[in-house]
Design a binder for this molecule. Sequence first.
Ligand code: ZN
Length: 461
Amino acid sequence: MASLKRLHAPLAWVEGRWQRDVLMTVDASGHWGDIAAQQPAPPDAERLAGPVIPSLVNAHSHAFQRAFVGLAERRDAGQDDFWSWRDRMYALALRISPQQLRAVAGQLYAELLRGGYTHVCEFHYLHHPGDGQVFDDELDMAWALAEAAQDVGIGLTLLPVVYTRSGFGATGLRPDQHRFEADANWAWRACQRVMAAGLPRVNAGVALHSLRGAAPQDIARLVQQVGAADVPIHIHVAEQTAEVADCLQATGKRPLQWLADAGLLDPRWQLVHATHAQAEEIDAVARSGAGIVICPGTEANLGDGLPDLPRWLAQGVPLTVGSDSQVTRGWVEELRWLEYGQRLVLRQRNVAAAPGRQPSSAARLFDAAVGGGARAAGFTAWGLTPGARADCLVLNREADALRGLPDEHLLDAVVFGSNGSPWQSVWVAGRARPWRAPQRMADAFEAAMRALWAAPEAPPA
Ligand SMILES: [Zn+2]
């Protein structure tokens, strides 16, 4: 394919290390062609002003929950945990309309782009009309997400979720879960329709809400429907100790153990959270080739617990991050807290580092997330590598955290010393994107928030 554009960077993170004078070509489809270090800048190349690093995939997002951020941070009485948070979150899930979702997702996706993500995997279960709403198309909520992504310029993997029951042993959903109901046929049809639409930078996979939210026969049906199709299959798993206990009681096995023993897992599978995993479960996941998606900001916010990061890393399980409930909307903070959670509980430093191979915790987590994110989004290539979409971040050497810093420590300072987005531009498919949302998007978000949280339904206590 003809080369449309050449970019030249003084420094770039290629194949897990800093390389100098890197010339990158962008082909007509917005993907990287050749990437070569130690090259002089040709006269026709666009010179990038700072060091270039890959952007990341946000591998787990529920866009509508952006409208709930900051509204669940009080405790007036009793105990507050994941389950009480979830019941209050449902009040939003029940009433948000496609137009409001479009506005909320637009704001969120602009923030994610600013946070260094250029692609987002939407774990989408708000399928049906809320009370008093009528849809023209059963995918109106999914199309709202796709429109928002197109408007902002971020890439999107839509994951229609199978959700058929309210818990282990239940035969259906609760009344306040009616918007979520989807069996394997519905989710697979939705996935195929999204793919057939052929929208730029939009692809699709499928998801299962969780082992409590989908019965074994629903899981078997989805796996049969998907067959050998090379699409990502995501599932929430082992986020909460109560879920592990319920699974043990219902099946005699812990959730990850159940999935591994069922012979379902393969490299298409993405295990979201995987917080409560025993050593044998981690080893079984490693043998299967499945990846995990950790959401440190959300897991901290919801009091979920901490993953056994050293073992996941040691076993070489593909690993990446997601923004989930949207309390954090940039990968710097997710990677920082992924490492800090371990430091706090183990009372050690640089837990993620691998002395002798990769002494930098930031670099090891970053490289893991680059690779793991690609798989979560169903891509064969991601990052500064030929064939990957031409997405990247150009660091700002005048950012406080990076000024005067030796090159070797740039990633360390991005993750552990910056206040969020120390880059000067965000590129998607070979184009720098505006990373401040246009005012009309901010206005639409504000109007949606006011409508969603207007009286008589006051914000949750
Ligand atoms: Zn989630």
